[in-house]
Design a protein around this ligand. Structure first.
Ligand code: NDP
Ligand code: 8X3
Length: 249
């Protein structure tokens, strides 16, 4: 049985990806900081073998310890989905909160590096692996007030290309999935629990569901070994650019 390691599986795209990969026969390592969410996911996925890891991707020592402590039957990671992260705040640069900047850069960029570095030695040694980094349309299109979040996702795009180059000799596929608007807890987190403001982001058009992104990831990781779908930009049909939605109100 192949093993997929999915960060940020307690919610949204990560959770849906866990369900989608279980459907095609993967066993799973699922990570996040909210234990009850991951336990509930594991119950839903039974009888798929699921191992839970609770750690903050910003904490390099905790990340290393969590990966090092994997039981032997989950040690060999075939697919890594670097998904954990999100946006904190939406403000002009001069009004930005440096704590928000830290959260975004430390989770979306350094967190992805922390997890990758913990898992890569095994993949390099086995000369086999597949990494899917979750970027965003925000990585290629900077929108007003998105400054640091957009920068963090531009970094994910650069890192995905860099990883693909460096890991080429080691037979490790590296790919990036860049969604547009997906209705998850993303905006609730960005707006610090303001559900009205979060809901308004998805009003007047049909956003993607987390399951739509998970379908694409499922397709990518079930291609034959000689195929790497290296980059995907996945938008709702009603979205043409980062902040351009057709609103049929
Ligand atoms: P959610 O808020 O629903 O999920 C985010 C997940 O990441 C949660 O499981 C959360 O788990 C985990 N997470 C966040 N920060 C940390 C951290 N420091 N350490 C460990 N886990 C963390 O949002 P989405 O599913 O939408 O977001 C998933 C990814 O998709 C993110 O990288 C986001 O930037 C990206 N994305 C989202 C889009 C959207 O429109 N929704 C569009 C494009 C990209 P927990 O809180 O339990 O730790
Ligand atoms: C999430 C999509 O456009 O809100 O990455 O930044 S967007």
């Amino acid at each position: 049985m192949k093993t997929a390691f999915i960060t940020g599986a307690s919610s949204g795209i990560g959770r849906a990806t866990a369900v989608a990969l279980a459907q095609v026969g993967f066993q799973l390592v699922v990570t996040g900081r909210r234990r009850e969410r991951l336990e509930e996911l594991a119950r839903q996925l039974a009888p798929t073998p699921v191992h839970l890891l609770l750690f903050d991707v910003r904490d390099r020592a905790a990340t290393d310890a969590a990966v090092a402590g994997l039981p032997s039957d989950f040690l060999q990671i075939d697919v890594l989905v670097n998904n954990a992260g999100g946006a904190h705040g939406l403000a002009p640069i001069q009004d930005g909160d440096p704590d928000d900047w830290d959260q975004m850069l430390d989770s979306n960029v350094k967190g992805l590096l922390n997890v990758s570095q913990a898992i890569l030695p095994g993949m390099v040694q086995r000369k086999q692996g597949h990494i899917i980094n979750i970027g965003s349309i925000a990585g290629s299109e900077t929108y007003a007030n998105g400054n640091v979040y957009c920068a963090s996702k531009a970094a994910v795009a650069a890192l995905s290309k860099g990883m693909r180059l460096d890991l080429l000799p080691h037979h490790i596929r590296v790919a990036e999935v860049n969604p547009g608007a997906v209705e998850t807890e993303f905006s609730t987190v960005r707006f610090k629990g303001d559900n009205d403001r979060a809901g308004s982001v998805y009003k007047g058009y049909k956003p993607l569901r987390a399951e739509d992104v998970a379908d694409v990831i499922q397709f990518m990781v079930t291609r034959p070994p000689h195929v790497n779908i290296a980059e995907v930009l996945l938008l709702p049909a009603a979205q043409a650019a980062a902040t351009t939605m057709r609103k049929d109100l």
